[in-house]
Design a protein around this ligand. Structure first.
Ligand code: C2G
Length: 136
């Protein structure tokens, strides 16, 4: 049983997230997602639209995801890898190099990010469309 872990905020869940989770699951048999708590998001300088509980509900509905745990700080990854017997740590390649130190504990894989979509772009596109409608 090859166990995979990845981390993120996963706000306004979109196909870029799903593409990442599908490929992460393909690397093993069991996928754990470390989901950023609302408090940790503040530390990351992010304010998610959906709360932790709402984002957790969405992730748990995804067939590729086997377990969701809270991501509360930057330092917990080594502890998680050891306590969950992780074989592979996966992140999108916007993080390339940032987690290479985890190679001491498990395989580290950076997967290509889906470039054309992001939570920020979704918010900006909707904001632009709404302001355009308001001008008419
Ligand atoms: N992602 C992707 N393609 C996108 C958007 C996101 O592949 N268009 C990937 C990211 O590379 C990341 C995961 O989906 O691996 C989650 O992305 P975010 O929710 O933006 O997570 P982030 O803010 O990068 O937090 O400790 C790690 C951090 O919690 C990662």
């Amino acid at each position: 049983m090859r166990r995979v872990i990845t981390y993120g905020t996963f706000d306004l869940l979109h196909y870029g997230h799903i593409h990442l989770l599908r490929r992460a699951k393909q690397l093993g048999d069991y996928l754990i997602v470390g989901l950023s708590t609302d408090e940790f998001n503040e530390m990351k300088g992010k304010k998610s639209y959906f709360s932790y509980e709402q984002r957790k509900l969405l992730l748990e509905a995804i067939k590729y995801v086997d377990e969701v745990i809270p991501e509360e700080n930057w330092e917990q990854k080594v502890r998680d890898i050891l306590s969950y017997s992780i074989d592979i740590f996966v992140m999108g390649d916007d993080w390339r190099g940032k987690f290479d130190f985890l190679n001491n504990y498990c395989q580290v894989v950076y997967l290509q990010r889906t470039v054309e979509v992001s939570t920020t772009k979704i918010k900006m596109d909707i904001q632009r469309d709404v302001s355009f409608l308001c001008q008419e």
